[in-house]
Write a new protein. Sequence first.
Length: 183
Amino acid sequence: MPVTPILLALLAVALPVTEEDPAPARQSALYLEAGPGSPLGVIGIESVTRIAPWMEMSFGLGLGLNALESQAQPGPGHMLQWSLMPRLILGNSRTGGVTLGLGASGGNYGDFQFICFDSPCQDTFPVSYFVWGNVEVGVEAWTPAGLAVRFFGGYAHGWCASSPCVAAATDLPYLGAGVGYAF
């Protein structure tokens, strides 16, 4: 993992904004994100808009790995995941800081095994639609040139919202990273 994005994120938290700060007042960012178990699935696109100096709202769409693995040729709707999360920003509101989020997400989820010891291994497995409550902590940096970088981790609690259910409820920790453009 490159050290530069992490250093940029830490500098954004530590450096105060002054009257002479040349950084433009960017209000939105678009990220390409990836992470195991993340609210957007294995990969997704997230839009972030600053709605106050201390708060941002995010919305994203992604593809769930669990749903992808559940069928031989799943359609796009079968793999689609969504996420909506307001986040507090602690630090420099223009260039970034530590973020704290509480939001919701949804998508197909199945009860599968990462490692198969039985022979033959199951090629497909059933999925159910889950709605997740997510709690998240992250570090975000927006540079004056527009580079946006984000690292995050969280915890999701999911409830089955379809019938039949592969599980009544489930809990997942998650990690992720995103890179994009702030404008």
